[in-house]
Design a binder for this molecule. Sequence first.
Ligand SMILES: *Cc1c(COP(=O)(O)O)cnc(C)c1O
Length: 222
Amino acid sequence: MTDILENIEGILKDIPDGVKLVAVSKTYPEDRIKLLYNNGYRIFGENKVQEICRKYENLPKDIEWHYIGHLQTNKIKYIAPFVSYIHGVDSIKLLKKINTEATKLNKTIKCMLQLHIAKEESKFGFIEEELNEALVSLNKDEISNIQIVGLMGMATYTDNQTQIRAEFHELKSIFNRLKDKFFIDKPEFKEISMGMSGDYKMAIEEGSTMVRVGSSIFGKRN
Ligand SMILES: *Cc1c(COP(=O)(O)O)cnc(C)c1O
């Protein structure tokens, strides 16, 4: 178990100030999270509603939870009370429903919009054009309790480093264009959530501000 600490410390050495490391603890037992917690780590990511709720219940309450998975509208209410960030908001309907739940709780939830940058059918997310149209027609009242803090993307599952880099580069370019068009007066729109165990260094070179790293910290998943 102590190698988990060595792993995360090693990764932190690769990460410049200003880039946030989200330790993706999905599938790993709570005692691993506790070990990191006891050594000062507070930022964890999960991708299943049931699992994040259980871990929230059982673990210290000052953990900063990031929901990084696909989210169904009927399940928002379970995570809204305690999540800090929702990465991967992939529809306007979802964004509005998150706002409804956040409003009931009288809190603000930070959201990242997911862009479809991979050359795969299976990945969720907007394409730039859709997002442009959506943001034009989005009413301020519809997101009164949401902070859109940036974009999230996942590269194609491939060994082709050139392709992965190009996809990260594309996400950064889209971020810049959206920033200019819609968020120029919104300093909170500053995050680019990209990079996982295999590609976080490259993601940082291409402008990532949040890396989501699981197996390089916790070991191989079953
Ligand atoms: C699992 C997961 C990660 C972490 O993947 P690793 O390869 O274990 O680092 C990052 N982002 C999302 C959305 C995930 O589901």
